[in-house]
Design a protein around this ligand. Structure first.
Ligand SMILES: [Fe+2]
Length: 118
């Protein structure tokens, strides 16, 4: 059961980070300047950690339990589909984040309110 507790704790931790990201997005929508570097770091960490460590562990667990119960199989298939969708979304977010910071470094995007310099 250790793996279930670890995966659960990772869900709790990842949710905390996603809640921080959601608050930063709300702050931006409200017209304030969020910490873009922090947002970029959260996107990079959540996507990278989930893809490299969290989802592969879940996928191995799904594989182990596969074929034992139709309802569980259906839920695991749904989770595997969500993993693929999350991978695609996090890749897009990371590309967008890299684009914004790449433009800033090239001085194409110099608005200090939109993209603060460190
Ligand atoms: Fe998960």
């Amino acid at each position: 059961m250790a793996i279930m507790a670890e995966l659960h704790q990772e869900h709790v931790n990842l949710k905390r980070l996603l809640d921080i990201l959601a608050r930063k997005v709300e702050k931006f929508r409200a017209g304030s300047r969020p910490n873009f570097q922090l947002m970029s770091d959260v996107v990079s960490y959540v996507g990278g950690y989930a893809d490299a460590h969290h989802h592969p562990r879940e996928d191995r667990m799904f594989s182990y339990f596969s074929g034992r119960d139709d309802k569980v199989d259906a839920l695991m298939a749904q989770c595997e589909k969500q993993h693929a969708e999350l991978h695609q979304l996090s890749t897009h977010l990371e590309l967008l984040s890299n684009l914004v910071y790449g433009l800033r470094r090239r001085s194409c995007l110099t608005d200090p309110v939109l993209v603060p310099h460190p």
